[in-house]
Design a binder for this molecule. Structure first.
Ligand code: AMP
Ligand code: ZN
Length: 493
């Protein structure tokens, strides 16, 4: 079975087959590290994570490059406002970005490329373009890409170049969606801005040239797949194609993968509407990282998704059901002589549907529905104590394949919430922490173990006052102790 994916370039479904040595060479536009990432950003990175995980499950090797845009208009603006050097400013948000990616279980790409560490490659690419007059220097010392020299401009987004005025220019990184114009590849230094001394003159790179230079450096002139959110299709990706293909005269990325936008309660996320959420905002409200991951993956990447709080609570119940089922399957005793041909056939059918769904343009919704069909049928069979060893093994194999992609069965949620709480306390954002969190997950498993040991020791020394104080203290934090024959056990309320 091929892994069929929609290719924005040409707007058609196509099998994704690596060009060389069964290694998927892929590039995903990474974050601009000027603030904390919002859940829309993470929707894109989560679906790219599903793509890489499924490609690996299908036996491909991965060489995945992601850039970090650590110099651009917004960074310069915010760092100046915060009165910080841009390196210090971006380091903080890059760290936060990877903490959030880890919390959401997004795997790290094989290669992380920072714009500020690849200036030479960008300059060399602009020089190649300048030699053929495809890049030119303007009066103020900035360099522009001449789109009239690239007749295929618009092939990705379908933009029509009719009526484009040769030489009309734009120098901001993100510009009007309907204005195809010569765009800046190198921006001349402005007073007080970060700047590099280069053969092009003092300045800094434009955003578009960064991705072209870093993708070609690590993946070659032509590579298998390029990914990003749908907003990047034009002008960013169109400009990457123009720059790279003008220089190499070869196809840049063979396949383009665009994740559609996340809306919140039916609207575009915006700070003024008050529906703008970072991952940290949600963790501090008490929502679990795994639940957020599962919800953001519930709608296939090529459909817009509407994020709602009802959706989060449904996603939470779904994860509870899955984890309970996985525990039951793991602990069940095989019942010989209870062979149930209907159940065995259903497991085989749903395992096939799971793979077919993902192979059909990464349909995460159908893949998860197939697994829930088995949760339902499997629970009935387990209640009846009528499951053979073969059926248990087949259900375990399906759960393992499911978790290789969705990664929600192992509970690491408290750890992630604790980290968010510690961050909020460090940043003076205590007011954002939901009060019930402070009573429950503000204590780690290791701290609980230490207190339980201290209490046992206190009892042994007949210091019952101390032992009782520890019990009360843990209860306040939502931890219940049970003294049993086999010793003390504890659980969170
Ligand atoms: P940025 O840091 O703004 O460059 O964005 C990082 C990634 O998030 C890019 O691939 C964007 O296309 C993507 N993105 C931004 N907003 C959303 C959204 N609301 N839904 C999905 N993806 C988004
Ligand atoms: Zn990019």
């Amino acid at each position: 079975m091929d892994l069929n994916l929609f290719n924005t370039l040409g707007s058609h479904m196509e099998p994704l087959v690596p060009e060389r040595d069964n290694t998927l060479r892929m590039y995903c536009c990474g974050p601009t590290v000027y603030d904390y990432g919002h859940i829309g950003n993470f929707r894109t990175f989560l679906h790219v994570d599903v793509l890489r995980r499924y490609a690996r499950l299908r036996g491909m090797n991965l060489k995945h490059v992601m850039n970090i845009t650590d110099v651009d208009d917004k960074i310069i603006r915010n760092a100046t406002a915060a009165n910080m050097p841009i390196g210090e400013y971006t380091a903080k948000f890059e760290r936060a970005f990877f903490e959030d990616m880890d919390a959401l279980g997004v795997e790290r790409p094989e290669i992380i490329a920072r714009a500020t560490e690849n200036i030479d490659e960008m300059v060399a690419l602009i020089q190649r373009l300048a030699q053929q007059d495809t890049a030119y220097r303007a009066e103020d010392g900035s360099w522009y890409f001449r789109i009239a020299k690239f007749p295929k401009y618009g092939k990705l987004s379908g933009k029509d170049l009719e009526g484009i005025e040769d030489g009309a220019r734009v120098d901001v990184d993100e510009y009007e969606k309907d204005s195809a114009r010569d765009f800046a590849v190198w921006k001349a230094t402005k007073p007080g801005e970060a700047s590099w001394e280069t053969p092009l003159g003092p300045g800094r790179p434009g955003w578009h040239i960064e991705c072209s230079a870093m993708a070609m450096k690590h993946l070659g002139d032509t590579f298998d797949l390029h990914a990003g959110g749908e907003d990047l299709m034009f002008p960013h990706h169109e400009n990457e194609i123009a720059q790279s293909e003008s220089a190499s005269h070869k196809t840049f990325a063979r396949h383009w993968f665009h994740v559609r936008f996340l809306l919140v309660e039916g609207q575009k996320m915006s700070k003024s509407i008050g529906n703008f959420y970072t991952l940290r905002d949600l963790l501090l409200m008490g929502h679990k990282a795994s639940v957020i991951r599962f919800l953001l993956l519930s709608v296939p990447y090529r459909h817009q998704m509407n994020f709602t709080f009802d959706g989060l609570s449904e996603s939470g119940s779904a994860i509870d059901r899955l984890r309970t089922f996985a525990r039951r399957v793991g602990a069940a005793t095989p019942q010989a002589g209870t062979a149930n041909a209907t159940l065995s056939a259903l497991i085989a059918e749903k395992t096939a549907s799971f793979h077919a769904a993902l192979s059909n343009d990464l349909n995460t919704a159908e893949a998860r529905a197939a697994v829930f069909d088995i949760v339902r049928a499997g629970n009935i069979a387990l209640d009846a104590k009528a499951v053979t060893g073969e059926d248990l093994a087949a259900m375990q194999a399906l759960l393992a394949a499911f978790d290789a992609i969705f990664d929600v069965l192992v509970d690491r949620d408290d750890e992630r919430t604790c980290a968010a709480i510690a961050w909020a306390q460090h940043e003076g954002r205590e007011a954002q922490i939901a009060p019930h969190l402070l009573n429950t997950v503000s204590i780690t498993d290791a701290d609980i173990e230490a207190l339980v040991a201290e209490r046992s020791e206190a009892k042994r020394r007949r210091n019952f006052a101390r032992a009782d104080a520890i019990r009360t203290d843990l209860l306040d934090k939502g931890v219940v102790l049970e003294d049993g024959k086999a010793g003390v056990s504890w659980k969170r309320k």
